[in-house]
Design a protein around this ligand. Sequence first.
Ligand SMILES: Nc1ncnc2c1ncn2[C@@H]1O[C@H](COP(=O)(O)OP(=O)(O)OP(=O)(O)O)[C@@H](O)[C@H]1O
Length: 229
Amino acid sequence: MIEVKGITKKFGRKKVLNRVSFTANKGEITCLIGINGVGKTTILNAIMALTPIKEGDILIDGEKIHKGSYEKITFIPDAITMLPQMTIAEAMQFMQDFYKNWNQERANDLLGFFKLNESDRISTLSKGNAAKANLLLGLALDVDYLLMDEPFSGIDIFSREQIAEVFTSHLIEDRGVIITTHEINDIEHLIDKVVLLDNGVTLKEFRTEEIRENEGKSVVDVMREVYRG
Ligand SMILES: Nc1ncnc2c1ncn2[C@@H]1O[C@H](COP(=O)(O)OP(=O)(O)OP(=O)(O)O)[C@@H](O)[C@H]1O
């Protein structure tokens, strides 16, 4: 389990996160939702120790996060970070050389799943295929937790659907996933848990199945209540 406990982050005088807390379980998809600029990426960066936090703790499987924790967790940014002149095959080779937990078998599975051509250069990929190649490079790592920043952002509906399918496939297995989004519609059915954020605080944290079964509400219903109420 990833436990984010009361983290506070300031950029200059601006407090972006104000004691944000939530948990994300292994084997589940947890979605951080909030409008642009609410601090979703900053939370993922804080978990990855890419940005220092002022207060609070982050625990992974009960232990305070430390250097060794990053063998268990990976961050998939919202855009591919490989050099544009690389082919997908070269990008995969780079990952294999760099990370000892690279899983070539899963990478090949993902190539087929996303119908990507490994001889294509990154610079020539459509937005949708670039997003898929980006996910492939992260999902092929053998880690217990995957953090994904806006994996559905700016791509067409068919690519979104194909990316959504990967979440219910064997390619995710029993790993824990945290994704950020401001568009919930396409992916509501995939999500186990939702964390609603606003003004640097956690407004509400809930399990989708519970609100569906107990209150007959969708995630969007709860969002309307919380954000407009
Ligand atoms: N390095 C930085 N220096 C100063 N301010 C920053 C920095 N990074 C982020 N911010 C500010 O912190 C706030 C939260 O940014 P963040 O990128 O975490 O939001 P977000 O919810 O991920 O937004 P989006 O949906 O647009 O990606 C924003 O107001 C942003 O301008």
